[in-house]
Write a protein that binds this ligand. Structure first.
Ligand code: HEM
Ligand code: HEM
Length: 177
């Protein structure tokens, strides 16, 4: 049986998850860069707490999103020239990968520091590795560099979306709205 993908738009669940996660992830990047520069204070402690809780929320949303993505038919990029299609696919799958790598390395940091994470006061998320000073530094470095990679990808991804909308004037942007 032959099958033709004729989807012209992402579904409402994919769209809602895309924009909800985009807002939280961009907020998390800004919060992370801001909070680490603060002097030790009650505010710093509070912001670290929020950062960890929203970060774990992203991990859960990422799991839901990838499951949804893999079990649904999505609009294809077949109308694009092959280099653009390959570029878009590479960036999208890297974004999916980093949606997991960011919170998991964060979780590793707090675990190596010996702290469980409170999930909005509802329950405690346990540590996943034993407390260890050396590993703590390694996980912090990984978390930081993955964040820089993610920032670069998001900038490229956003510029590409805007190019499609304003320069190519095609429907690539609109189908995520
Ligand atoms: C989408 C998810 C996340 C993003 C985008 C993100 C982003 C960032 C960024 C940009 C920084 C600053 C890096 C630096 O300048 O050193 C940071 C630091 C940090 N993040 Fe995250 N993070 C995420 C999830 C998490 C999670 C889930 C946890 C813990 C459960 C966590 C724990 C931390 C900690 C403890 C620091 C401070 C590290 C240090 O003091 O060097 N993050 N994060
Ligand atoms: C804020 C600026 C953003 C804009 C304007 C934007 C725009 C778009 C658009 C138009 C698409 C659909 C492409 C298509 O039609 O195939 C898309 C897909 C996607 N976006 Fe974004 N996005 C933004 C931020 C983000 C962020 C922060 C992330 C995650 C870190 C993200 C992750 C993704 C992923 C993974 C896809 C691929 C969806 C799929 O095919 O499964 N986006 N984005």
């Amino acid at each position: 049986m032959s099958f033709k993908n004729t989807e012209t738009k992402f579904g409402s669940i994919a769209i809602s998850l895309h924009w909800l996660m985009a807002i939280i992830i961009i907020g998390m990047l800004a919060l992370g860069l801001y909070m680490t520069g603060l002097p030790k204070s009650a505010l710093k402690l509070k912001l670290y707490g929020w950062h960890k809780e929203f970060g774990m929320l992203i991990l859960m949303l990422a799991a839901a999103r990838i499951s949804w993505r893999l079990s649904n038919i999505n609009p294809s990029l077949a109308s694009l020239p092959s280099w653009e299609r390959l570029g878009a696919l590479a960036v999208h799958w890297m974004l999916y990968l980093l949606m997991f790598a960011m919170p998991i390395t964060g979780w590793l940091i707090t675990s190596a520091a010996g702290f469980p994470v409170s999930f909005f006061g509802l329950f405690l998320i346990p540590t996943i590795v034993p407390a260890d000073e050396n590993w703590l530094k390694i996980f912090e470095t990984m978390h930081e560099w993955i964040a820089y990679g993610l920032i670069a990808l998001i900038i490229g991804h956003t510029l590409a979306a805007l190019k499609h909308h304003f320069i190519d004037k095609d429907d690539i942007f609109r189908r995520m709205l």
